[in-house]
Design a protein around this ligand. Sequence first.
Ligand SMILES: [Zn+2]
Length: 287
Amino acid sequence: MLVVALAWAGTVSPADAGRDRARVLAAFYPLEWATDRVGDEHVDVTGLTPAGAEPHDLELTTDDRAAIEDADLLVVLSGGFQPAVEESAEQRDGPTLDVRRALSASQQRRAERDPHIWLDPLVMQEIVDAVARRLAAIDTQHAAAYDREATALIAELDELDGEFTSGLVDCERDLLVTAHEAFGWLTRRYGIRQQGVAGIDPEQEPKPQRLAELSDLVRDEGVTTIFTEARVSPKIAETLAAEAGGLRTAVLNPLESLSANERDRGEDYLSVMRTNLEKIRVALDCS
Ligand SMILES: [Zn+2]
């Protein structure tokens, strides 16, 4: 039992424990993607949030709790996004990377109010860097590989950031109306604004008064598109679009998870972000 406890505490590398690859459990898709890309062939990454499921306030099964206990490394986002995961992470003996701790103090506070940090590509770079450093710490043998993968991925995120910056610099409008307020980190990074039909948590149903306000706002601002999401019912957005004078609806993906279909098609964080950018550019009439 003592040996196992030491392995969990990260003092025994996965190789010493008789395994080829470190087993990492990531709380939800963007963390899973970053860890998988950085870990490459040396790490087995599993996502805790099932494909296509909504990660806000994720509830854990007994199997999930066992997986959390057993992982060589757990990657989570603290700050109230997934309280059950946070609580389980605190009880576990092994190492946990809390990606919120990779951010500046002011960003950490902001992440407590709005957890959707992964939608800012520059914050994703910080996450990638933190993942690489932590993987190197638990698996020193492959430290150089993690560093190399992270450097390449950070360059890809730089490119993505450049596309957002140039793609949103010259637009007719600057207001995104979204299904829930998932895009605050993205809109702030690129100088646009967001109003959500639902709040930070997609489960918060809007009050009739909020819909009336939004309806006035979209008319005043000349909004053309009400965005929906695959995992939030489009009914309210469709009602709003109709009431505001027959506006378009379109789907934005906040990347909280990827469906099995999206994975099968080879979609990933970068491809979905680029699709989102194209849809935002159409909605805001960007040149
Ligand atoms: Zn969300």
